[in-house]
Design a protein around this ligand. Sequence first.
Ligand code: GN1
Ligand code: MG
Length: 375
Amino acid sequence: MPEIHYTSKRITIHLREAAERFGAPDPIGKISPFGSGNVNDTFLVASGVNEKASFILQRINAGVFNMPGWIMQNLRIFSAHVAKRLETIRPLERRWEMVRFRKTGEGKDFWIDPQGGFWRAMNLIEEAKSFDSIAGFNHASEIGFALGLFHSLVKDLAPGALKDTLEGFHIAPLYLRRYEAVLAGAHVAPSADTAFCTHFIEKRKSLVTVLEDAKTDGRLPLRIIHGDPKVSNVLIDTRTHLAVSIVDLDTVKPGLIHYDLGDALRSCSNPAGEDPFSLEEVRFEPQLCRAVLGGYMGVAKDFVAPSERNLLYDAVRLISFELGIRFFTDFLEGNVYFSVTDSEQNLRRAIVQFRLCQSIESRAKVLRKIIDEAK
Ligand code: GN1
Ligand code: MG
């Protein structure tokens, strides 16, 4: 079998060598790109003979995470904590699995290749599936449950116990500042789409401080958060259709649960997903939002104080606005952060998030009511 290479703008590596470090199944059937992540390079290492021996191999994007060792250090602490907590709450009366990292022959949970690339591998969670967009109300409620369970499993893990693996992540005023600096030096041909984005951001600049102000003056406490609880990061059991795991743990670090709730809600309440066929499909569906919050509050309402609940509308509006700014900034910068299939994808993604933000604003009253009533 020929050596397998994978070449993208940031990776040229003998994948087989990386796979073998983590105890590749013998013989390897195929190593192929896996999932729809925008940041890391992810592969499925399939066994030629035994499907159960297949696993996920991932190369961390060092351009984004400049201390990848901290990610694994955090995950060791996090995994040990959650394993202990799960013991105390078992029986959970439903299936729930945590990501398990594989070890190299030297007993390490990562491998650094000769070019400095940082690799790790995870076992596949069996009979579970990820979706790129929301499939219905039960799905939305299950994602809420998964996030609520996650928050409740880490509620007694001190925020200071974990490193900040991605400084500035979800700090909206910093994204705005960065956007303004990039815009000032950008050489992008003006178009109706770029004008829509610049105008959209200009009109909403004052929104970006809402969560950071509440953090600074003590209205919102720091907790351990997931950081990226979008639809595709909650795995669904293929037989029961219940959430079975929450994956993509690189941004498990101190933060505000409002970042997580804002992100889960903007992701799950837009049935069109982040890369829709047509912009006309983009909308924020209040009943999906209700389903997510219902699933969440069912497990986690105890630690959402009324003063925190008050800021949930602002959070969902802000996180979609923030993601739009992040996509648009990356477009202006030449697509250096998020993976793209073409040079305009980040521009289209930004417009989707801005449209979603508009849809959230147009439904403010009903959303505030749903948030008030969620239990
Ligand atoms: C990125 O790589 P991925 O797809 O898991 C991003 C998230 C965004 C998301 C949008 C570290 O996540 O913040 O919400 O794209 N992750 C990072 O799809 O920036
Ligand atoms: Mg992610």
